[in-house]
Write a protein of this length. Structure first.
Lengths: 261, 309
């Protein structure tokens, strides 16, 4: 029998956390999948059909087509963040975090388990929304590789952000503050429902300080080859967010901030 | 006997004001049951949490079978199972899933036969598909023990395992703990129930204000510090102890009908024969007599309060 090398990666530990978190998705299928899908469909009905029918085409595509990447990104950002934040906050709240902290599992592996599961959930949700939207609009994906790239990177990055929020939060209110008061407004103001060209010059400049603009722009480019900012800037920004979040997570575990006395 | 857990000069401070563990040094022998006694806030849980990796130490070293808990934490933690003091369990998971989860977390391959055996040993098997939230407090405690055992630890920490558990279940747990010891598991338990330490432990450690103030074999401790007493039930009321008996460590009960003599059972002579002779000389008759020994609780209270024990 092959002896388990304790110095190697604890893959089974990562898998245990991952499957534990994914089991919550199965238990809360309506809340996790059906509810956000219905919300997104409502956006399609309200913005795509009701309002969109009164808006002319945007750079050669219908308004309903235009908002698909933005709605997907809205869903990815909010659910990656909330899934990961809840995933790590809940064991802190119940006290079961002791088990993870006392297990032979590294910080990297803990993050891989929780963030991997949160990202997976939002990717599953994103794919479902994407397929659903195909029933409402004539969907085109000009650059499938880049579409998948943005889908994965955004999910992982914002799951990392959610993980940080979950560590930082010491009550359920704090858990909701960043997603509700920061991420959702930034997403709505980040070009989900409009192109930056539609804004006056001053607000176009202000929008460039909104990091979500770069994500939505890059994602929309992968669908329709239309972007508010250069694709290379979007790629740079997503890596910048990723490494920023990784840096904070590294600091959290190094200091034990809010997780280890 | 071989040492399996070595703690040297372990310190844990919170800020500049509070020292939870102060230069704690302790060695735990392989295969023993070690009972750690101490009042609330003495540092018992902090000590366990530090060894298990939940609390960062401020100073000192801890090795588990030679593996440092910081530099070689994987090997060290893999050997340790922890049953926490609080009933910290998931609510929505089933018993089976939560026990299997812990095994996976510790890097162990799925083993349904072992998990089944653990659940059967702890009388949990018929609850294996129940959600934890539906279980009683005692059953949840068993689930925590099952989780701790799921990865086959060589050292098991039981932090007040029978707190809030009824007498029958407590005895069941004692039987489980003894069975674990027989299988070679080293057990360290903290408890408020002195009788639990008397019943279970091979050695006893007493911690107070973050310092280990005594570590001793239980039997030696009982013999060394366990003074005995002889109680004489008198036929007639006695107002005071006669001067001729002043040389004996005697005390008279409030009602004057009981005379209690404290003596050291490990000494060359106990003085009982001489005392009885003198009582006869004073015409003090008694209708009954009994002897007793101080419990571990008496010793514990004496030590923590700074007495001579």
């Amino acid at each position: 029998m092959k002896k388990f090398n304790m110095q190697s990666l604890n893959i089974r530990g990562v898998k245990a956390i991952y499957l534990f978190e994914m089991a919550r998705l199965r238990r809360t299928l309506f809340q996790s999948i059906a509810s956000p899908v219905i919300s997104t469909l409502l956006y399609f009905v309200v913005f795509g059909s009701a309002i969109g029918s009164r808006i002319e085409q945007v750079d050669g595509i219908t308004y309903a087509q235009f908002i698909v990447p933005g709605l997907l990104m809205l869903s990815l950002l909010t659910h990656s963040t909330s899934n990961a934040s809840f995933g790590i906050y809940f064991p802190k709240f119940t006290g079961t975090i002791y088990e993870v902290l006392s297990a032979p599992i590294s910080y990297l592996e803990i993050v891989m388990g929780y963030v991997g599961a949160a990202a997976s959930k939002s990717i599953i949700l994103g794919v479902i929304i994407l397929v659903t939207s195909a029933f409402f609009v004539d969907l085109q994906i000009a650059h499938p590789f880049w579409m998948v790239f943005f889908l994965l990177m955004t999910s992982i990055t914002f799951a990392l952000l959610g993980f940080i929020i979950g560590i930082w939060a010491d009550n359920f209110e704090k858990l909701q503050v960043i997603p509700l008061l920061v991420i959702t407004p930034l997403t709505f103001l980040g070009g989900t429902f409009y192109s930056l060209d539609m804004l006056p010059p001053f607000w176009q400049t202000v929008s460039l300080f909104n990091p979500v603009v770069y994500l939505i722009s890059g994602f929309r480019w992968s669908f329709y080859e239309m972007a508010d900012v250069n694709i290379s800037v979007s790629v740079f920004m997503i890596f910048f967010f990723l490494f920023s979040c990784l840096g904070v997570v590294w600091w959290i575990f190094r200091t034990g901030y809010n997780i280890k006395q | 006997m071989q040492t399996i857990l070595s703690i040297k000069n372990l310190t844990k401070t919170y800020g500049e004001d509070f020292t939870a563990l102060n230069d704690v040094s302790l060695e735990i022998r392989k295969g023993e049951i070690f009972a750690l006694l101490g009042p609330n806030g003495a540092g018992k849980t902090t000590l366990i949490s530090t060894i298990c990796g939940i609390v960062n130490p401020s100073g000192g070293t801890v090795t588990v079978d030679g593996h440092d808990i910081i530099t070689n934490y994987r090997a060290a933690r893999a050997m340790i199972g922890l049953v926490p003091q609080e009933l910290t369990t998931d609510s929505f998971e089933t018993v089976w899933d939560t026990v299997s989860f812990t095994r996976g977390l510790f890097g162990k391959k799925r083993d349904n036969a072992l998990v089944s055996k653990i659940l059967k040993d702890l009388s949990l098997y018929d609850k294996k598909d129940n959600k934890i939230m539906t279980l009683s407090g005692g059953m949840k405690r068993r689930v925590l023990i099952a989780k701790a055992l799921s990865h086959e630890p060589r050292i098991l920490f039981l932090d007040e395992p029978t707190a809030g558990v009824d007498v029958e279940l407590r005895k069941d747990m004692w039987a489980v703990v003894r069975g674990l010891q027989q299988s070679g598991v080293t057990i360290i338990l903290t408890t408020h129930y002195i009788e639990e330490a008397e019943e279970m432990a091979d050695r006893v450690g007493i911690i107070s204000k973050g310092e280990i103030i005594l570590v001793e074999d239980k039997a030696t401790l009982m013999a060394k510090l366990g003074k005995k007493h002889l109680t004489l039930e008198l036929c007639e009321k006695l107002e005071t102890v006669p001067d001729t008996l002043k040389g004996y460590d005697l005390s008279l009960s409030d009602d004057g009908f009981s005379l209690v003599y404290q003596y050291d059972s490990t000494g060359k002579t106990t003085g009982i024969t001489g005392l009885l002779d003198k009582l006869k000389g004073e015409n003090i008759a008694f209708r009954d007599l009994s002897t007793g020994q101080r419990s571990l609780e008496d010793i514990f209270v004496g030590l923590v309060k700074g007495g001579e024990g």
